[in-house]
Design a protein around this ligand. Structure first.
Ligand code: SAH
Length: 242
């Protein structure tokens, strides 16, 4: 497994290029957060680093995949909350198609508001649960990549997400400091779902008004079809992780 540190210069450049649109996103998030409690991170500086820049941590990897396939990517972001990382990817790569799946209606509604206000035509918001949606033919093994940040621990995450990915595609998972232990416990689940761990890339986020955050992006590559029975219903996934 390759463990090179991620270079975020590329992500930073994309952030600059789309600054105006992302400032609008940030203003809406701050305004709606007062009503709905969408995020703990609520200063413009921190939103920029901990939400926007972080959402773009996987951008260079996705760009590489897009180069390889020779086509705009089709990506599913699972458990996207207020739109991270999915809607930020949609802003900076208007040619890609992003589907953002979120179980909580008020969060999905907020994301729809973001799409309408920012004029994001390449993003579709779905209010639903991954373990159900993954069994629908129009979503099963249809995506070049899935993304998920702060959704679940790795074994659960693998089962919830990898059934959506085409063979040769990627699962990208935004992880915190416990990544090594999580990966150890997730080997079997990832294999069972038809994938393997390709790399775990550490990176550091530094907002002006906060301690540095040491994070990692885990990349799994889908090598085989996912057996039909996965994902199982959520109660079973949680109780008996693969
Ligand atoms: N990715 C966002 C939100 C993380 S919180 C961010 O990083 O800021 C996790 C989100 O996943 C919550 O909004 C929750 O409603 C959603 N969620 C949890 N389980 C889910 C499932 N099985 N399918 C779809 N969404 C789910």
């Amino acid at each position: 497994m390759n463990n090179h540190k991620l270079n975020l210069d590329f992500a930073q450049a994309a952030l600059e290029e789309y600054r105006e649109t992302l400032d609008q996103f940030s203003e809406l998030l701050i305004a709606e957060n007062k009503k709905y409690n969408l995020t703990r991170i609520d200063s413009p500086q921190q939103i920029r680093v901990r939400h926007f820049l972080d959402s773009l941590a996987g951008l260079s990897i996705l760009d590489e995949l897009s180069k390889k396939t020779g086509k705009p990517l089709k990506i599913l972001d699972i458990g996207s909350g207020a739109g991270f990382p999915g809607l930020v990817l949609a802003v900076v790569r208007p040619q890609w198609k992003i589907i953002s799946l979120e179980a909580t209606k008020k969060k999905a509604d907020f994301q729809q508001k973001i799409c309408d206000t920012l004029g994001l035509k390449n993003a579709t918001i779905l209010n639903g649960r991954a373990e159900e949606t993954a069994h629908h033919a129009q979503f099963r093994q249809q995506f070049d990549a899935v993304t998920a940040r702060a959704l679940a621990a790795m074994p659960v995450l693998a089962e919830l997400s990898l059934g959506f990915v085409k063979t040769g595609g990627f699962g990208l998972y935004w992880k915190g400091p416990s990544v090594k232990e999580e990966l150890k416990t997730a080997q079997a689940a990832i294999k069972q779902m038809g994938a393997k761990i390709e790399k775990s890339a550490p990176y550091t986020l530094q907002a002006e008004d906060a301690e540095p955050a040491n994070l990692s992006l885990v990349i799994c590559r889908k090598t085989n079809a996912t057996p039909k029975q996965y994902p199982r219903i959520f109660g079973i996934i949680k109780k008996k992780p693969l």
